[in-house]
Design a protein around this ligand. Structure first.
Ligand code: BGC
Length: 729
């Protein structure tokens, strides 16, 4: 029998292709009874009690067996499968370096591979939701959660977070992007209102989310604790219905952050699809109150259908329905996963100062003092819901001062930089001193050829850092060591930027962030030059908090407990207050510094390589005015990794021209090697948001493009003449 090509194609596509997620989800939701439609819209908090087939973790949502819909087992977070204070007894996981460290790689593939690795562990541990995807912009160097995010620039953050989400979801599990939006400080996060005008918001924090969503297609968006312009993030019709689901045509579901819901009908009608961790809210809003609202007509049946549709659609879109997670935990190859983490850590470590090429270290039989930072036992990690319990167990756990003691421990992963250095340099003589006694440490420094001092700053969710200084007398320690020995290399493990009052006095400074499961090995390999120093700053390092848009953290209060111990910032008892983000508006980070003509300590994009690159020949592509070509040469004697960055000088809405990152490349080059590279520019990055017309608008005119090694460098320039462009949001 002859079969026509069209029939064959139709038949093949019927068999080969599953129906699109929309159709499959609709078919399921249509079958739900009214009561069933109220099941998946509410989830429980999972750290303290266990319902159904839950695993002790952040959250659990019942499924609907009759329809084959799985329960949702939700785990935090962006660095790996979290285990808060080890509550899931005995369970460990691989931790990536911090979000900022991964962002400092400027390598989308590393972000993707990291996401894929932690997602595979989540899946093997029977979780089908990983609450990863933190993309809040670093607007304040002291934000306690900066280590969970991807920096201050919307393009870099959006790309890196988007790739991480894509990696997580490559395991056919669900990810989030969070915290939507402008949850940019921890102090007072439940009561503060972020004040920011629409255009500034669209051009900054929202743009980071928009790009992350386009790239990562996350199953879910998590709305934040705070208010935006007076309206709670999880009952914000403008942000959820108009921007996210309208302008961006987002098809996944909006889940609340844990304890961020304040109403039933208002939240549901404003676009919230799911109340997470409902016991943390004043009421189980999306339980009986939502049912009452439905009965009373203030929430429509269509809306409830849509909430379910969005949730179930994401099950299909990510492939979860066709690839359910295992029922029992599966074996995990922790050794190879640790290598994924180590590669990210190595690529994200930033060498900030390298006087006299003290790095890479050439040690031979020399005497080396390693001082401070618990470098003899492990590497630091950040606290809060994202805290991973490392393979091998914590090397050290310290109870923090103040309110954080209730939910966090200062946790060191068992990857000692000292031990890694000793292994790497078997003929050198290492002596460790914990740095507690400055006089003893200084005496050691005097009697040694080289000093490596580890300086740490612990940060945690729920509270901000009170200032930008290293805590616990570490600045004084570094000063004293630098006075005793000319060869001092400082290795920082910090959440984000810190002040460096001793910078001029030391020979080397290396920012290692929170370097993850194999951080000690990664630090040793970068110090030794086994890999190039490849990291570039994803945030500006100010000289001091006085350079920030808000020198004082709004709402920060000092509290004393009965023992006279001081803690800061937790919002219990705090009254509502505004954080004025209109001060910098869309000029976040390096743009603020340029706008205000301030010179930072280290600019965004900065980082030293162990080789020398020359950048040249920036020119417009003849076929496309939004594409530039340029050349990078490794002019040094070592192989290395270059990260050439393209910035455009764009007139803002106030007429002031400020540089914006519009693209970059990351390339490994042998000594002497030259490479021609291309960057394509997304026109939204050249645009301002025109609120009256609800469009991105690129003004006609000349745009100065700069090729540089950082936001402060100009290795080559060109100018592009553009006609007016108007782009739908
Ligand atoms: C955090 C979220 C996290 C959630 C669940 C909240 O406190 O803000 O990032 O996913 O808890 O643990």
């Amino acid at each position: 029998m002859a079969v026509s090509a069209a029939t064959l194609a139709a038949a093949t596509s019927t068999f080969a292709q599953p129906e699109p997620p929309d159709a499959r989800a609709k078919a399921i939701v249509d079958q739900m009874t009214p009561d069933e439609q109220l099941i998946m819209v509410k989830g429980s908090f999972g750290w303290f009690s266990k319902s159904g087939d839950a695993v002790i973790a952040a959250g659990w949502v019942p499924g609907i067996k009759r329809l084959g819909l799985p329960s949702l087992r939700e785990s935090d977070a962006g660095m790996g499968v979290a285990n808060l204070m080890g509550k899931r007894t005995g369970d460990v996981a691989t931790s990536l370096p911090s979000g900022l460290a991964v962002a400092a790689t400027w390598d989308p593939d590393i972000a993707y591979r990291g996401g894929a690795m932690i997602g595979s562990e989540a899946r093997a541990k029977t979780f089908n939701v990983l609450l990863a995807g933190g993309v809040n912009l670093v607007r304040d160097a002291r934000n306690g959660r900066n280590f969970e995010y991807a920096g201050e620039d919307p393009l870099l953050s959006g790309v890196m977070a988007g790739q991480a989400i894509k990696g997580v979801q490559s395991n056919h599990i669900l990810s989030t992007v969070k915290h939507f939006v402008v949850n940019d400080q921890e102090t007072g996060r439940n009561v503060l209102s972020s004040r920011i005008d629409e255009a500034s918001l669209r051009e900054s924090d929202l743009l980071a989310f928009e790009l992350a969503i386009e790239i990562g297609q996350p199953a879910s968006v998590m709305c934040a604790y705070n208010r935006i312009n007076g309206v709670y993030a999880c009952e914000n019709d403008f942000l959820l219905n108009k921007v996210l689901k309208g302008d961006w045509a987002y098809k996944g579901w909006v889940m609340s952050d844990w304890g961020s819901v304040h109403s039933a009908a208002l939240a549901a009608n404003s676009g919230l699809d799911h109340q997470s961790g409902y016991t943390l809210d004043k009421k189980p809003w999306f339980g009986a109150p939502l049912k009452d609202a439905l009965a009373g007509g203030s929430v429509s049946r269509n809306r409830i259908h849509d909430m379910n549709f969005r949730i179930v659609r994401s099950f299909y879109a990510t492939g979860l329905m066709d690839n359910p997670v295992p029922i029992t935990p599966q074996a995990i190859d922790y050794a190879s996963n640790a290598k994924v983490s180590q590669e990210a850590a190595e690529a994200g470590i930033v060498v900030l100062k390298n006087k006299g090429n003290i790095l890479p270290l050439v040690l031979g039989a020399r005497k080396v003092a390693v001082i401070g930072g618990h470098a003899d036992v492990g590497v630091l990690s950040g606290g809060g819901s994202s805290q991973v319990r490392p393979v091998g167990g914590p090397a050290l756990e310290i109870v923090p001062k103040g309110a954080a003691a209730a939910f966090a421990r200062i946790t060191y992963f068992p990857s000692s930089p000292l031990k890694a250095l000793e292994k790497r340099y078997p003929s050198s003589q290492f002596t460790f001193n914990n740095g507690d006694d400055v006089a003893v440490a200084t005496a050691l420094a005097k009697d040694t050829d080289l000093v490596i001092v580890f300086a740490n700053q612990w940060a945690t969710e729920s509270e901000d850092l009170v200032n930008m200084n290293l805590p616990d007398n570490q600045d004084a320690l570094i000063e004293a060591l630098a006075a005793a020995n000319k060869k001092v290399v400082v290795v920082l493990q910090t959440s984000g930027p810190v002040a460096m009052p001793w910078l001029d006095k030391v020979a080397g400074v290396v920012e290692a962030w929170y370097p993850g499961s194999n951080g000690g090995e990664a630090i040793a390999r970068v110090l030794a030059g086994d890999v190039d120093a490849a990291g570039r700053l994803p945030v500006t390092f100010p000289t001091a908090a006085t350079q920030l848009p808000r020198p004082e953290i709004p709402g920060l209060i000092e509290k004393k407990n009965s023992k006279g111990e001081i803690s800061y910032g937790l919002d219990y008892g705090l009254k509502a207050f505004d954080v004025d983000y209109n001060i910098e508006g869309a000029n976040v980070g390096y743009r603020w510094f340029e706008h205000q003509k301030l010179k930072p300590l280290f600019p965004f994009g900065y980082g030293l390589s162990y080789t020398r690159f020359t950048y040249s020949g920036l020119s417009l592509d003849p076929s496309n005015s939004l594409q530039v070509n340029f050349t990078v040469k490794n002019a040094g004697k070592r192989p290395g990794i270059a990260t050439p960055q393209i910035y455009a000088s764009v007139p803002g809405r106030d007429g002031v021209r400020v540089k914006r990152l519009v693209g970059w490349q990351r390339v490994t080059l042998k000594p002497g090697e030259t490479r021609s590279l291309t960057v394509r520019i997304d026109p939204r990055l050249l645009a301002n948001f025109d609120v009256a017309n609800q469009r991105w608008k690129v003004a006609a005119g000349a745009y100065h493009l700069v090729l540089g090694k950082s936001s402060a460098d100009s290795s080559a320039t060109t100018t592009v003449q553009l006609s007016e462009l108007s782009i739908a949001p």
